[in-house]
Write a protein that binds this ligand. Structure first.
Ligand code: N01
Length: 493
């Protein structure tokens, strides 16, 4: 049986689209993208909270081969990024490959035919020779279990499930959490609400974003001389790589980063007591370093207060903190992050002999080879898989490296016999993960903070412990010696 498509991609967010562009460029037109929602965009479709933007400069947060000369700012907001994704899907002729409202619930490897059977919520089955998962690591909102939340009479929702009908003007609003989402939404809410209460558990490290408008003249230059924008991309890339050293062992650079951030805090927050509460107490970089030009100054407003006392429980009228104060509220916004550790795959993935990836990763923690292929799950590629996350640079660079590797894997698979499959050797995966975990011990992420990078066993299965340039080198050449070709057992005589 010939599979219906050579490649199936699950997810039409950035990861899935990078893969699609790579396939197109390689002349591989037999692919389908399954998207569970009614439009593409992944995280940039779902997160519509006011102020939602990317904290990576636009020149880097674009597909390498599809630059956008029209970005309005150095850091793009969510609507502009979503537009960019939609435009790319049209201009690069990806639309005809995308199957919307196709909510994949299960994928199983069909050994007899060396292909994947992909099943959507309606029970429709599609067969593909190679399956790529681009599910995105941050798609399952996390709302902690707060005592008596059900008694609260006001509105409440998560940043990634923003209530479009919510009108903040004149309301008393609390934002719980002070991560990347919170620091973007807080400055946008402050001017319109009556009172904004920011409930902080851990003060984050925040550095300057230096956002600015891109002038019309500069845009024209980028249009006429694309090399100028490529130069900018390289410039930001290498600056970020340099700062990456401060995460993976360079203690001097790490201290300089901390010093710069504290200087910013001192400069931007007037009140000494608030400054003290905002001062981070863990090693910079251990959690994601946040970038903002307007979060700290928000605390100079009379209608904004920072509460660091800890939440005891909700009441009908608001939140009671550990010091016995009841904060009266009309609405609470949970900027409390995502269920992200170990990738938390929400589809069943069944490999050889019915192996179940979700259960296996629950036991061992998420692991793969180069964060991309997994032993026992032939012809599968995980985009932004285990230990491919970054603290310092554009994630698109990592996905593009993975796709380059996967394209070679696809070519190798295509050369196998009709009843053969190509599987990663278990020893290769084991050795790779031992090395990654050993390297992680020397990074800032092992310095003892609590973050979504760690799984419940304290293992970091999220981040890559090196520079992106190293990952690019590691994934540049597909090595067939890491894989074994297996003939379908029934056919071996
Ligand atoms: O979530 P987070 P996020 N009681 O997990 C607090 C990406 N992103 O949505 O630090 C009280 O970082 C928690 O406190 P603590 C980016 O990769 C990117 O903000 O655990 N508070 C923390 O302050 C980012 O890393 C962009 O003590 C509780 C907050 O909630 C990832 O998304 C923009 C609590 C959660 O912070 C997640 O960011 C936005 C409790 N029980 C997001 N539980 C870009 O610009 C949790 N908290 C690309």
């Amino acid at each position: 049986m010939k599979p219906e498509y050579q490649v199936g991609i699950v997810g039409a967010g950035f990861a899935g689209l990078v893969a699609a562009l790579g396939l197109k460029k390689a002349g591989k037109e037999s692919f389908v993208i399954f998207e569970r929602a009614s439009e593409i965009g992944g995280t940039w479709r779902d997160n519509i909270y006011p102020g939602c933007a990317c904290d990576i400069a636009v020149h880097l947060y674009s597909f390498a081969k599809v630059p956008n000369a029209k970005w309005s700012n150095l850091y793009a907001g969510q609507p502009e990024i979503l537009d960019y994704l939609k435009n790319v899907s049209v201009s690069c002729e990806l639309q005809s490959h995308i199957r919307l409202n196709a909510d994949i619930v299960e994928a199983r490897f069909f050994e007899e035919e060396s292909c994947w059977v992909v099943v959507d919520r309606m029970g429709r089955e599609t067969t593909v020779s190679v399956l790529l998962l681009g599910l995105g690591p941050l798609n399952r909102p996390f709302i902690p279990t707060f005592k008596d939340l059900d008694k609260f009479k006001g509105a409440h929702f998560h940043t990634s499930q923003w209530d479009k009908n919510f009108a903040p003007t004149g309301k008393r609003v609390a934002v719980i959490g002070t991560g990347a989402s919170a620091i973007q939404v807080v400055p946008h809410l402050a001017p319109s609400v009556k009172q904004l209460t920011v409930m902080q558990r851990t003060p984050p490290w925040i550095m300057d974003r230096f956002d600015k408008k891109i002038s019309e003249t500069t845009k024209k230059v980028y249009q006429q001389f694309p090399a100028a924008q490529r130069f900018k991309r390289e410039f930001f890339y290498w600056i970020n790589e340099f700062f990456g050293l401060g995460f993976i062992g360079n203690k001097t650079l790490n201290r300089v980063m901390a010093w710069t951030a504290i200087r910013k805090l001192r400069k931007e927050v007037k009140d000494a007591a608030t400054r003290k509460k905002l001062t981070p107490r863990y090693t910079i970089g251990c959690k994601r370093i946040l970038k903002s030009d307007d979060y700290y100054p928000t605390f100079n407003r009379d209608n904004v207060s920072l509460v660091a006392e800890g939440i005891d429980r909700f009441t009908e009228r608001g939140i009671l903190t550990m010091d016995g104060t009841e904060h009266l509220l009309d609405a609470v916004i949970f900027a409390t992050g995502f269920v992200a550790a170990d990738l938390n795959l929400y589809i069943k993935v069944r490999g050889l002999q019915g192996r179940d990836l979700v259960s296996e990763w629950k036991m061992t923690g998420a692991q793969a080879y180069l964060g991309t292929t997994i032993s026992g799950y032939p012809h599968l590629g995980i985009l932004l898989g285990p230990n491919t996350g970054l603290g310092h640079n554009s994630i698109l660079h990592m996905i593009e490296s993975q796709v380059n590797y996967i394209l070679q894997y696809i070519d190798y698979i295509a050369k196998s016999g009709p009843h053969e499959y190509v599987d990663l050797k278990p020893s290769v995966q084991e050795a790779y993960n031992e090395r990654i975990q050993a390297q992680l011990k020397n990074t800032v992420w092992a310095s003892g903070c609590r973050s979504w990078y760690m799984n419940s066993n304290g293992k970091n299965t999220t981040l890559y412990p090196g520079l992106t340039v190293t990952f690019r080198k590691e994934t540049k050449k597909f090595d067939p010696l890491c894989y074994q070709k297996v003939r379908q057992p029934a056919l071996v005589s």
